[in-house]
Ligand binder design. Structure first.
Ligand code: 6GU
Length: 239
């Protein structure tokens, strides 16, 4: 796939590009490109933002600046699936990641300041994605999260032996968390590795792991139910 990231701080993605799964994915023919809104802005002094109409704190990324960035990157040609990173977007999960990684070409647009002019949402965004219900200073960290989760799903990204297909929350695990892992030493401070893992009985190991995944899934579900019960939103409900 081809992944394009638009940001005011493209250099913040340097670290991401040193990561092994990303490097593997790129070697397999995938592409990661970075764009700086300032490089294509039609405004003088590399300006990209402006004060909000109607007043208020903060600055807003201008729609003409976003338009120019997309125009500079794609011209009038085929546009990628355009994903805005915004704290109010659709929550990122494994299902959304699978949906995005199936695309041939995706663009992630990072916001800063108070966000994008609303017309960017209306006229350019195919999707709006959030990585959680809290507000970060900008879309760069979320874009790295999205890029990481997408890249590791690409064939060859994790090396020969492993695959993201069996990760926690994947379809293979029926959306369940992964089972626990152990390695040497077999005993540390009296803390033992479960006997079955040392037994060499592959069928028993498989059953044990599935059972642990189910246990964790049940514990997760219970934790979510209790979080929901205790949330201020559900307190006002009569159900
Ligand atoms: Cl995508 N952006 C910002 N600024 N904050 C966030 C977020 C995105 N997702 C969660 N918090």
């Amino acid at each position: 796939m081809r992944l394009d990231i638009f940001s005011l701080f493209p250099e913040s993605f340097d670290w991401l590009q040193t990561q092994r799964p990303v490097q593997n994915a790129l070697r397999e023919g995938n592409e990661l490109r970075l764009f700086n809104y300032r490089d294509s802005t039609p405004l003088s002094g590399r300006q990209v933002d402006d004060a909000p109409y109607g007043g208020g704190a903060g600055m807003v990324l201008r729609v003409d600046v976003i338009d120019a960035a997309l125009q500079a990157a794609y011209g009038d040609g085929l546009r990628p699936r355009i994903v805005l990173l915004t704290p109010t977007g659709r929550l990122l999960d494994d299902e959304l990641a699978d949906e995005l990684v199936a695309e041939r070409h995706v663009a992630l647009l990072c916001g800063r300041y108070e966000g994008f002019d609303e017309r960017v949402h209306e006229h350019f965004a195919d999707d709006e994605v959030s990585i959680g219900r809290y507000v970060l200073a900008g879309g760069e960290l979320p874009a790295m999260v999205v890029a990481d989760v997408l890249m590791r799903k690409l064939p060859g990204a994790l090396g020969n032996a492993s695959s993201a297909a069996e990760d926690s929350y994947s379809r293979v695990l029926e959306g369940m968390p992964e089972y626990p892992h152990y390695t040497r030493p077999p005993v540390h401070r009296g803390w033992k590795v479960p006997e079955v893992l040392l037994s060499g009985d592959h069928e028993k190991v498989r059953e044990w792991r599935l059972e642990r995944s189910r246990e964790r899934a049940a514990a997760f579900a219970e934790a979510e139910r209790s979080a929901h019960r205790d949330s201020p939103k559900s307190a006002s409900r009569t159900e």
